[in-house]
Design a protein around this ligand. Structure first.
Ligand code: BJW
Length: 239
């Protein structure tokens, strides 16, 4: 199967789900999650930093890792893949739902409506422990991380770490969309993290994997296209 054949599936599909992972943003200049880290972070595996346990052990170190990534994301722009998805949604309202594992907000910045962000948002914070009456964002003590000036409760990134529940409403909407779609485009994910990867295994629709390298979801695919998001999506989603 080539991109032209997959395009005929796109044309025929009544409802499409696009499930994206970090590779979706690679051509914007955002390193993928499982890429080797550089500089200060080269001795750490992202899998070991993205946990509540790591944050409680060394809040400042984990906070600074997220601060570095926030700064990086602010300096990049959506790529041709994000733009092609948003343009398709504008031409075909209600026909394509974006379900993303990414926390970088690039689908939203490209103009995709109703993005289901399963792993939260890098740009937002929340309280580490259940907030008490004294915990007010307006009265934070500055720091890395900031904290409640009265009880010391810490702010943390509003992302979903390993072992944490995904936002229930977004997950339910994603499961519903996956159950109702006739085509799922799985773009730029290693397919190792659940429950997100499970969406591609449960859908009754055809599954097309778009990835330059092998992924754990290749065996669930009706077709695998070896290429990048910014190369393939503009071709696939062209009218
Ligand atoms: C390109 C490209 C280009 C390069 N174009 N492509 C079932 C079985 C086994 C385990 C579990 C299970 N269910 C749940 C679990 C546990 C766990 C899990 O999945 N573990 C596995 C790793 C084994 N899941 C969880 O803990 C989840 N929570 C949960 O299940 O709660 C229920 C529960 C709670 C309590 C008790 C019991 C149950 C939560 C998962 C949260 C994941 N969070 C992270 C961090 C977010 C914050 C942050 O960014 O720091 O999300 S982990 C990380 O992985 C991040 C990503 O969204 C996610 C997926 O990674 P992704 O996007 O696939 O990136 P990469 O780097 O892996 O892959 C990039 C791909 O792009 C590669 O394939 C490249 O080839 C490709 N690529 N350039 C296209 N240009």
């Amino acid at each position: 199967m080539n991109a032209e054949d997959a395009r005929s599936w796109v044309r025929a599909a009544r409802h499409i789900v696009l499930l994206s992972g970090a590779g979706m943003s690679a051509e914007s200049g955002v390193p993928t999650f499982r890429d080797a880290q550089t500089g200060l972070w080269s001795n750490f595996r992202p899998e070991d930093l993205a946990t509540e346990e790591a944050f409680r052990r060394d809040p400042s170190m984990v906070w600074n890792w997220y601060a570095m990534r926030r700064g990086m994301v602010l300096q990049v722009a959506p790529n041709a893949g994000h733009v092609a998805v948003a343009a398709f949604q504008q031409r075909h309202p209600g026909r394509l739902t974006v379900v993303t594992q990414n926390v970088d907000g690039l689908h939203q910045r490209a103009g995709s409506p109703g993005v289901l962000a399963l792993h939260g948002n890098l740009s937002e914070d929340k309280w580490l422990d259940a907030p008490r009456a004294c915990c007010e964002v307006a009265k934070l003590r500055a720091g890395s991380p900031p904290s409640c000036s009265t009880c010391g409760n810490l702010r943390r990134p509003a992302v979903v770490w390993f072992g944490e529940m995904l936002p229930l409403a977004q997950l339910a909407a994603a499961e519903e969309a996956a159950a109702a779609c006739d085509l799922m485009l799985v773009v730029g994910t290693s397919g190792v993290v659940y429950p997100a990867a499970g969406l591609a295994r449960c859908t009754p629709g055809r599954v097309v994997v778009l990835n330059p390298h092998a992924s754990d979801l290749d065996d669930a695919a009706d077709a695998v296209l070896r290429g990048t998001a910014a190369e393939l999506l503009p071709v696939l989603l062209e009218d």
